[in-house]
Design a protein around this ligand. Sequence first.
Ligand code: C5P
Length: 230
Amino acid sequence: MRDVIIALDFPNRDKTLAFLDLFGNKKPFVKIGMELFYAEGHSLLRDIKARGHKIFLDLKLHDIPNTVKSAMRAISNLGIDMVNVHASGGIIMMQAALEGLSEANSAPILIAVTQLTSTSQDILQKELMINSPINDVIVHYALNARFSGLRGVVCSPLEVAAIKQACGNDFITVTPGIRFADNNKDDQVRITTPADAKKNGSDFIVVGRPITQADNPVEMYCRCLNDFCG
Ligand code: C5P
């Protein structure tokens, strides 16, 4: 089930559909985040779904349990394949999210964000006042997600082995922070290549700018597929 998910971090519908047109009959699994969802809402999701793509709706919800449950209910029948919340919202919030999705005809996979891949140990300690080593925090959040009934987590490929060891091999790991050796790191901190993500045991890699900003996005996507799934 290993797959490459392209992060569609575009500002509007026209740019998004023009980008997807480049792929012809290939129908990559795509991730729609806050930028596009807030700009274009449900109708773009329906259209992308109708074109045959799987969709990971990356809203990273984090609010009181009742609000998260209602939000999940509101998106539960859009036909999306994967959606997420922040594990730092706590166990009751994660369980509420699952409940909100449970009434859907076919509920999407619910996963949790452990720590953003842009967060460093320094940020954790100095800004968030969390003194444990970042890897311990991530494994602890993953265990909370599993306890809550979620199917997996978003994490850095560097954390996959520890998470699988703690939560079991079936617990899904979706890993952004992917760069080729010749890429700019942008704002990502804990990064690896697609080949190393595969070696580390990631189930899905999420790749944004290395594909969307490439001179030839389709070629870059195929390179990712080849290195990660081949
Ligand atoms: O362009 P880039 O490859 O850095 O895009 C990574 C995508 O994954 C972005 O859409 C970002 O919001 C998302 N993401 C992340 N780290 C997480 C969770 C999601 O980078 N922990």
